[in-house]
Design a protein around this ligand. Structure first.
Ligand SMILES: Cc1ncc(C[n+]2csc(CCOP(=O)(O)OP(=O)(O)O)c2C)c(N)n1
Length: 587
């Protein structure tokens, strides 16, 4: 190829680019509808998939979805759509987008919005609304979504005029994804969605009242570095904030460099490798003995992106009684909320850890402390008893870990199976663990797995569910059927509301009020009704082979594992007790 021809081809490329740019400028100067603006804004934000369900007030936008070709996943219940958006956000780190109609469509996503709020997941939720002229008149399918979601969104907007729409879209994505992530709702009245205006999408947002502190105060970092150098029994408590900030490499480097052990919150699992010698396991109500006792005995507790919730702390008066508390969090409202803090550090976890590493402070003498903790780990490991007959749920978790080589993305629902999965699946990589931590939402795990599979189409996604929780959003089997999405569903079937049954056994003198099922659906047939491969496993010796078969299968599989019914999650901090008062630490 000679130079001349290369040159002319380059020139041609440049002129085509310019022509396209001119065309797009001309195009952007043409009035378009609100619905069209919304789709254009999604494209500008790099959204590649949205989860939703149509209806009257949002029909103009669905018409644009049809015309635009943007990928839309049709759930079979709005709750399924929003949990899928959450799963997508948790795994991809990008905002999950959910779109539904007004009234019942919108109220059906309320649980998911609350779930995302408490677990800090970035969502943009678009709800249709009745026309502005009838808002407040109890019009057909009207629900006050601004009022309803005020306390459970990071921010919410109602678009009152077409001129505001591009700015609101830009701000919504900005607010959802910056600072402490969270859900943002955009309520779009039908008349605004059909009105026309110029789509002028700003590059920057201008929100003087919203300026999250990202870079921590240097003096506070120095104070923390000094405390670390003096500490004999330091402990890091790693939370989901480490994952949101992509701070896992820095956490790893810092913990290794300073020889500080790491305990994790439920939501933070995977931020630090689960099989590392410095890892103590999950802390809290069903955490490991070593993790809880490390916190209890520590002289310096460094919380990073965790919020000291009651399931973690147990009785506050007994929490970390000997420790100086350092708390790194991007949300200043979290600092001092539950636990008095001596070294507050407001800022992004990655920035804070980088500054701590740059500080180059000396490590404390932690050798004796680490040896004590190693002894605790060896003396009080997680335990369960096998009976050689029934499938022990803990054994099932160990085998899921083994058969998937620890490489799967695992989503769970809420209950006993969730705690066993957290205890026995060792997350060595970040963003492989998707669970509803704060709200504890039954019905979350299965649709979240669907969203996770969209975020990572080539990673195996295993959804570990209770037989009850699965039934709350089982209709989303339709999505697996539509797309042959290879999600593997594992039902830990104890024929009961296991966690409720456990509490009734321990704290209500075995009065099993409405927690044990007399009848059960045939889950295999249910799967088959949706063209999903169904398997039932009753015998302990069949578990491993069934898991191998399912993981090797090229499409979706539902596995119904009939496990021991009367089995409790241990160890446990009973309500009102401190972390040092764990029960069930030995067989
Ligand atoms: C939407 C919702 N309703 C009720 C609860 C209370 N709850 C917590 S765990 C649980 C039992 C869950 O049973 P299952 O899904 O079978 O899981 P298991 O505990 O048996 O593993 C219940 C009812 C909840 N967390 N979420």
């Amino acid at each position: 190829m000679n130079k001349k021809s290369t040159g002319s081809r380059e020139e041609e490329k440049v002129s085509t680019k310019l022509r396209n740019k001119e065309l797009s400028v001309v195009e952007e100067k043409q009035p378009v509808t609100g619905s069209s603006m919304l789709i254009k804004a999604l494209a500008k934000e790099g959204v590649d998939v949205i989860f939703g369900y149509p209806g009257g007030a949002i029909l103009p936008t669905y018409d644009e979805i049809y015309k635009s070709g943007i990928r839309h996943i049709l759930a079979r219940h709005e709750q399924g759509a929003i949990h899928a958006a959450e799963g997508y956000a948790r795994v991809s780190g990008k905002p999950g987008v959910c779109i539904v109609t007004s009234g019942p469509g919108a109220t059906n996503v309320v649980t998911g919005i609350a779930d995302a709020m408490i677990d800090s997941l970035p969502l943009v939720v678009i709800t249709g609304q009745v026309a502005t002229s009838v808002i407040g008149t109890d019009a057909f399918q009207e629900a006050d979504m601004i009022g309803i979601t005020m306390p459970i969104t990071k921010h919410n907007f109602q678009v009152r005029t077409i001129e505001d729409l591009p700015r609101i879209m830009k701000e919504a994505f900005h607010i959802a994804t910056t600072g402490r992530p969270g859900p943002v709702l955009i309520d779009l009245p039908k008349d605004v969605s059909v009105a026309t205006g110029i789509f002028d999408y700003e590059k920057e947002v201008d929100l003087p009242g919203y300026q999250p502190t990202v870079i921590p105060n240097k003096l506070q970092i120095r104070k923390l570095a000094e405390a670390v150098s003096e500490a004999k029994k330091p402990c890091i408590l790693s939370g989901a904030g480490v994952l949101h900030a992509h701070a896992y490499d820095e956490l790893f480097e810092y913990a290794e460099k300073m020889r500080i052990p790491v305990a994790s919150t439920l939501l933070g699992l995977g931020a630090f490798p689960g099989e590392h010698e410095l890892f103590l396991g999950m802390a809290g109500m069903h955490g490991t003995y070593a993790a809880n006792m490390a916190i209890h005995q520590s002289d310096l507790l460094i919380s990073i992106g965790a919020r000291f919730d009651d399931r973690l702390t147990g009785a506050l008066q007994h929490f970390a009684p000997n420790a100086k508390i350092a708390h790194i969090d991007i949300d200043p409202a979290e600092i001092g909320k539950n636990i008095e803090t001596q070294i507050p550090v407001v800022g992004d976890a990655k920035a804070a850890l980088k500054m701590l590493l740059d500080e180059n402070g000396s490590a404390g003498e932690t050798g004796v402390w680490l040896a004590e903790l190693d002894k605790m780990k060896a003396e009080y490991p997680l335990w369960y008893k096998e009976d050689g007959e029934t499938i022990k749920p803990q054994k099932l978790m160990e085998l899921i870990y083994e058969v998937s080589n620890g490489e799967a993305i695992v989503t769970t629902d809420v209950g006993q199976h969730q705690m066993w999965a957290a205890q026995y699946y060792k997350f060595n990589k970040p963003n492989r663990w998707v669970t509803s931590g704060g709200l504890g939402t039954m019905g979350f795990g299965f649709p979240a797995a669907i969203g996770a599979q969209f975020a990572e189409p080539n990673t195996p996604v295993i959804s570990i569910l209770g037989d009850a929780g699965f039934q709350m959003t089982a209709q989303e089997l339709s999505i697996l059927q539509d797309l042959n999405l290879p999600v593997k569903i594992i039902i830990v079937n104890n024929s009961s509301l296991g966690m409720v049954r456990q509490w009734q056994q321990l704290f209500y003198e075995e009065r099993y009020s409405n927690s044990v099922f007399n009848t059960q659906p045939n889950f295999v047939k249910l799967a088959e009704a949706y063209d999903v491969k169904g398997m039932r496993v009753d015998k302990v010796e069949d578990v491993k082979g069934a898991l191998e078969e399912a993981l090797a299968h090229d499409g979706p599989v539902l596995m119904d594992f009939r496990v021991t019914q009367i089995e409790n999650v241990y160890p446990m901090i009973a309500p009102g007790k401190g972390q040092h008062e764990m029960e069930g630490i030995k067989p």
